[in-house]
Design a protein around this ligand. Structure first.
Ligand code: ADP
Ligand code: MG
Length: 607
């Protein structure tokens, strides 16, 4: 049925059409792979040259065997030829050793270089991609592309291509020699080839599907692990260990059954192929043997013929063997290209301006939505003077954090403009601009490293004094000196050793250390107790001196220190003014903070 299907699709032209679309895509991948190896032209050509030399050398001994039997052994003489053959054999095998070493060295060198290059390229590109891409794409999938897919692509370039090449050359070389030696026997030798090709095609189609299944199942397992192990606090808190365990067990069972699919296919195909080939050898023994007996074929020629034949089918098997892996690693290359080809949504202008940030900000009729059809920032107009301190309040989901992301140019407005110091944000050099901003994000992400490392992350080459000064300003110093190794204490993954409030204080220090002209804080003290917060505010007041400051906060006390409060509701600015004015207005702000009016009660507090 399979065979019929293939024949039917070949004759109907569907097969070709399908292959055409694929081949277009393949061309891109091939072009890209070629561009990857082009800097290493010399080593690549050496690797290929050595591989071909090895093939040619491997073809010599059986031919010597033929001469040895026919012209030395059977004629019982010619001692000159005898020593000559032995010497040539020694030369051949010594060259094989030397060339194998050189070939392996060249190809492995190339392999390491390429995978390093690929890894760095993907990482560099990922760093350019918009946050939206990373948020949508799942970081786990990007990770697996940097690890597994790079390995597969490396294998493809370094071993896949040479294997393909040398085996093809061996097959052609042996085919030519065999026909040259005895055309009649040669015909028998090529008889099984159609069967091999058709069988291989069927095998390939099946194995591709089955390998894909295996790959998907293992990806499921990886994402379950990378998802639940870091979140084991949640898993255990909700007593869901058994649920997760059984989920993993079910997934591994699914993986097992898809792997068994591959195994069943492999264990049935390879012996079948072996049988076809053995049968051919038997036929050659039979036909050739009759010829030798009747005297039309020299014994040495038959022995050499059979030796060549044994070398003939091995490469064909190698090829079929290597092809599923080629397929797999080609898919890997495709997946890497998919990332590298994805255009960053945030594009720098052709001539990005570097400015000395002063901190004057204008939102001019700004519209934005993560989904363009569902705007979350709607026609916002806002002007912040240089050195002004602005507080932003609003219910959860009203678009406050999104405004900050727009201001940092993690996203571009769908309509309207954001101006910084009078320049359109799109015309500025992004890195230069961001490097002059001190930012405390709502979720204070710390990096794997020490306290000092995390604070100094805001300013390359910060001195220990600067680090301590920044920590004192954010009131982090007091708890840091009580840590086991003070500033040298390792925080573990994502700063897990600290409380949320402590993380926030370190994040504030990290923002303050570079003495930014523009300070942006998104709920900086949401998890800090009110006594500590009071202390932080006092020192922040000093730190904010002369800096444009935007602070999202629902802490009533903090709002006392800003020049102006912006109230957001459902993506719009609905109120604006001083704290007490806004309270008296009895509008949205009052609704959020309705209390006794003396600024001590906070009914709504976002976490
Ligand atoms: P706030 O900071 O005021 O609580 P946000 O600016 O974080 O609000 O979110 C505004 C709206 O945008 C919310 O409805 C939220 O669900 C949505 N949103 C936030 N981030 C994303 C995102 N990365 N992708 C899609 N929607 C988002
Ligand atoms: Mg927010």
């Amino acid at each position: 049925a399979e065979l019929y299907e293939i024949l039917a699709s070949v004759t109907s032209g569907n097969y070709l059409k399908m292959n055409k679309i694929e081949s277009k895509k393949n061309q891109n991948v091939v072009r890209w792979l070629l561009s990857l190896i082009s800097p290493y032209k010399f080593r690549v050509s050496m690797g290929i040259l050595f591989s071909l030399l090895l093939v040619i050398l491997s073809l010599i001994p059986p031919y010597l065997l033929k001469i040895f039997i026919n012209n030395v052994l059977l004629t019982k003489g010619n001692s000159y030829l005898f020593t000559e053959i032995i010497l040539v054999l020694i030369a051949v095998y010594s060259s094989v050793v030397v060339i194998t070493v050189l070939q392996n060295y060249a190809l492995n060198y190339l392999g390491q270089k390429l995978s390093n290059e690929l890894r760095v390229r993907i990482y560099e590109h990922v760093n350019k991609l918009s946050l939206g891409f990373i948020e949508n794409f799942q970081s786990g999938r990007i990770l697996s592309r940097i690890t597994t897919d790079v390995g597969n692509t490396q294998w493809f370039l370094i071993w896949g291509i040479p294997t393909l090449l040398t085996n093809l050359v061996t097959i052609i070389g042996i085919g030519v020699i065999v026909f040259f030696m005895n055309p009649f026997l040669g015909i028998f030798a090529i008889l099984p080839i159609p069967a091999i090709i058709i069988g291989t095609t069927i095998y390939r189609r099946k194995s591709r599907l089955k390998y894909h299944k295996v790959w998907r199942r293992s990806a499921d397992i990886t994402s379950l692990l990378t998802d639940t192990i870091p979140s084991s606090l949640i898993v255990r808190s909700y007593a869901n260990e058994d649920y997760e365990n059984s989920r993993l067990r079910r997934l591994t069972e699914e993986l097992f059954s898809s792997q068994m699919g591959v195994i069943r296919l492999n264990v049935s195909w390879w012996p079948t192929l072996g049988f076809i080939l053995s049968l051919t050898t038997v036929i050659i023994w039979f036909v050739g043997g009759k010829e030798v007996i009747s005297g039309t074929l020299a014994l040495g020629t038959l022995v050499a013929f059979i030796t060549y034949l044994s070398m003939f089918y091995q490469p064909i098997q190698n090829l079929t063997n290597v092809i599923p892996f080629m397929q797999q690693s080609f898919t890997s290359a495709e997946r890497i290209l998919e990332i590298i080809d994805s255009e960053p949504e945030i594009k720098e202008s052709d001539n990005p301006k570097k400015i000395d940030l002063k901190g004057e900000i204008t939102f001019d009729h700004v519209w934005f939505g993560y989904d363009p059809l569902a705007p979350v920032v709607k026609d916002v107009n806002l002007k912040i003077r240089q050195g002004e301190k602005v507080g932003i309040v609003g219910q959860s989901g009203s678009g406050k954090t999104t405004m900050i992301k727009l201001l940092l140019r993690f996203y571009d407005p769908l309509a309207g403009k954001i101006l910084v110091d009078g320049y359109d944000l799109k015309d500025l050099d992004i890195k230069n601009y961001r490097s002059q901003i001190g930012i405390v994000h709502a979720d204070p992400t710390l990096l794997y490293g020490t306290v000092a490392y995390n604070i100094a992350y805001g300013k390359q080459n910060a001195s220990p004094e600067e680090i301590i000064a920044a920590a004192m300003m954010s009131k982090a110093h007091d708890f840091i000196i009580n840590l086991p190794l003070a500033y040298d204490t390792h925080l573990g993954e994502r700063g897990n050793r600290l409380s949320s409030g402590q993380k926030q204080m370190i994040a504030i220090a990290r923002a303050l250390i570079k003495e930014p002209k523009l300070l942006i804080m998104d709920e900086p003290t949401a998890n800090v107790d009110s006594i500590t917060e009071g202390e932080i505010i006092k020192s922040l007041k000093e730190a904010m001196q002369g800096k444009t400051t935007i602070i999202i906060s629902h802490r009533f006390s903090i709002l006392n220190y800003v020049d102006r409060i912006i109230v957001m509701d459902n993506g719009k600015i609905v109120e604006e003014g001083k704290r007490e004015e806004l309270l008296q207005k009895k509008g949205k702000f009052y609704e959020i903070f309705k209390g006794d009016g003396n600024g001590t009660r906070e009914i709504y507090k976002e976490t």
